[in-house]
Design a protein around this ligand. Structure first.
Ligand code: PNS
Length: 161
């Protein structure tokens, strides 16, 4: 059984992430969406909230699961016997960043292999950070997140006020 991990901060999950998950689920027997810490980013949603949002987005996909992990990606992979990582690439900036991540991960877990999927042309500018910024201005995020995720974000924001 071929398993791939899709790591990210998913703060929150966007339509771009969901597209990568759907495509990965056709290439692999099992996809694990792993919500992880990115030391460069200040989070908006808690890990539990992000997991809730991912779980809503993947609810119709049989071979996709979601988890959270606070450690190194390669430690998570070693513990779960995973060698494949999947990443989405939107532009050259993503490519440069992912290439250095790839090298770190290869040093830490030599058998690891990262597979890249190019983002759909109409999603190359969709990002969680833009969604977070729009949320901070109470602006419309409906074009960038799956509809059921949007409903839950509205609910979470209502409860946090
Ligand atoms: O969605 P993001 O923020 O681009 O995802 C980045 C993430 C979370 C995948 C990356 O920061 C990560 O792998 N974090 C876990 C810690 C780790 O293994 N870092 C890489 C080696 S330094």
């Amino acid at each position: 059984m071929k398993t791939v991990v899709y790591p990210g901060s998913f703060d929150p999950i966007t339509i771009g992430h969901l597209d990568i998950i759907k495509r990965a689920s056709k290439l692999f027997d099992r996809v694990i969406v792993c919500i992880m810490k990115n030391v460069e980013k200040k989070g908006l949603f808690t890990y539990n909230e992000r997991k809730q949002l991912v779980e809503i987005a993947i609810q119709d996909m049989d071979n996709v699961v979601c988890c959270t992990s606070r450690g190194l990606l390669t430690d998570f992979m070693r513990a779960n016997d995973i060698v494949y990582i999947i990443k989405g690439l939107r532009n050259a900036e993503d490519f440069n960043y992912e290439l250095s991540m790839d090298r770190f991960n290869s040093q830490l877990l030599p058998e690891s292999e990262t597979i890249y999927l190019a983002a759909e042309a109409d999603q190359t500018w969709v990002s969680s950070s833009a969604v977070r910024e729009l949320i901070s201005y109470d602006a419309d995020i409906s074009p960038y997140v799956p509809p059921k995720v949007l409903e839950q974000i509205i609910e979470l924001r209502r409860n946090s006020l």
